[in-house]
Design a protein around this ligand. Structure first.
Ligand SMILES: C[S@@+](CC[C@H](N)C(=O)[O-])C[C@H]1O[C@@H](n2cnc3c(N)ncnc32)[C@H](O)[C@@H]1O
Length: 227
């Protein structure tokens, strides 16, 4: 059995070329709205220095760019996902970097904002990554997390399970040709929801203010933590 780090990295390297299509198709485009909403809740400043961690093919960073932020760079440990982002991002300051969320090789207090969309659930050590974020952020800097959660409304929960367990894995497998990736998604959301409290983890890492918002019948959460 591989460790989580190797397993997740190999999975994203394998599905990278189908990722954007599947993302928008399987969420019927709602993922675009979620990223926009998360950034508007963050109240991004145009002077921000933003590091998009687990940037993948870059959709969260690209949304931040549309908000007028100029200084943006992305970080991800999947080489193939980063390569796709590099193709879309000749405007990036410096370059997107291959690195782990848990071990950001940045000098202390170098960025004002860190964003993570649909990435934190995959981290192999969340407390370590939050400590790394805390160090990289300037005083009053913010982390914005966008992540799936299990809805609490019983009817929505049934519909969610039907879709995530039966429809999404079939389409995901056919298009990505990866047997595991789209069964990993629902399993990881349920496991994450049961065991991880992001607000508590941020407070434990020293963040002074943490806010949490539920979107779209509690399908996703936005957590904003301020240093
Ligand atoms: C579901 S994709 C999200 C991509 C993008 N943020 C988006 O909104 O579409 C998750 C990404 O997290 C990256 N990832 C997972 N664990 C990581 C870690 N520990 N360090 C860096 N990147 C990681 C994966 O390689 C993958 O590109």
């Amino acid at each position: 059995m591989q460790d989580k780090k190797t397993q997740v990295k190999q999975m994203f390297d394998a599905i990278a070329y189908r990722y954007d299509f599947l993302n928008h198709f399987l969420s019927a485009g709602v993922d675009v709205y979620w990223r926009k909403k998360a950034l508007s809740l963050t109240k991004l400043n145009k002077d921000a220095v933003l590091l998009d961690v687990a940037c993948g093919t870059g959709d969260f960073a690209i949304e931040a760019k549309k908000n007028g932020v100029q200084k943006i760079f992305g970080a991800d440990f999947s080489y193939n996902m980063l390569q796709l982002f590099n193709k879309k991002s000749d405007w990036i300051v410096g370059r997107n970097l291959q690195m782990e969320a848990e071990k950001l090789p940045l000098k202390p207090a170098t960025v004002t904002n860190i964003t993570v969309a649909f990435g934190v659930r995959n981290f192999y050590n969340i407390p370590e990554s939050f400590a790394s974020f805390y160090s990289a952020l300037k005083e009053n800097g913010k982390v914005t997390i966008l992540e799936f959660m299990m809805p609490t409304n019983p009817l929505i929960k049934i519909l969610y399970r039907l879709y995530f367990k039966f429809i999404l894995p079939v389409i995901g497998r056919l298009v990505s040709k990866d047997k595991k990736a789209y069964t990993y998604l629902p399993d990881s959301v349920e496991e994450f929801d049961k065991s991880i409290d992001l607000v508590k983890l941020f407070s434990g890492a020293g963040f002074k203010k943490v806010e949490r918002y539920d979107l779209t019948f509690g399908l996703v959460q936005v957590v904003i933590a301020e240093k």
